[in-house]
Design a protein around this ligand. Sequence first.
Ligand code: DGL
Length: 272
Amino acid sequence: MANASELPIGIFDSGIGGLTVLRQIRRQLPREDLIYLGDTARVPYGTKSPATVVRFACEDTQFLVGQNVKAVVVACNTASAWALLALEKRFPVPIFGVIVPGACTALKKTRSGRIGVIGTKATIRSEAYKRVIADRNGRAQVFAQACPLLVPLVEEGWIRHEVTRAVLREYLDPLLRRGIDTLVLGCTHYPLLKRAIREVAGSEVALVDSAETCAQFVRASLKQLGLLQSSESREGWIRSYVTDETEQFTRLASRFVGCPIPAAEKVELPSS
Ligand code: DGL
């Protein structure tokens, strides 16, 4: 049997957006093999009820555990917000989400203690970022804003479009008026809008990329658990699976990863 550290890392998301997390993990852990699952048949999760998100996240994790992964990364902010505890209880592998690393980095970056969080409706409704921040620093204030239009704009490729900037102004103005000095990009898709967000928010506001902070957290945690790939020289492979047809995923994937990745395979998920 393979040593656990030699096994792949599983990563899942509601769809394609979690490839921003895969990209960061790839950058920080180039020797690791990565198995990505995008639940493209049931995306978006951000508009679903908590119970549905938990059920979907359990099925996604079950699939990855069935692929014999050494750990599962919940790349989806919405699934991290609602399902992390359920997944930790149910599955026998380490489970890493995006919320705690993003919240901790925001606390490190803020000077005024006034932190903005943007995400899907479900992520904002969960108050997950707010809870993690309040647990660690009772004086920090969190101002949250759901931004449901941003995911479709990114998937449409309107990254530098004037309409996207106008939408961002609508969403960010209330947070900026509250005097935030740090903004958590609490959704898989928002790292692609970093430049536009920076233009609207101004250079004084520190941005926290939850994909990047998650990858740093995964690296540190795997190291602590003795689960990092031991081979110094190898280059890890990437395998991706989707639950709907593969064409759309393959077409958009390189935009999210920043380079082409091997074609995805369509799978049926086990029901929970
Ligand atoms: N992946 C989701 C998230 O990070 C965004 C897309 C969706 O709503 O499923 O919250």
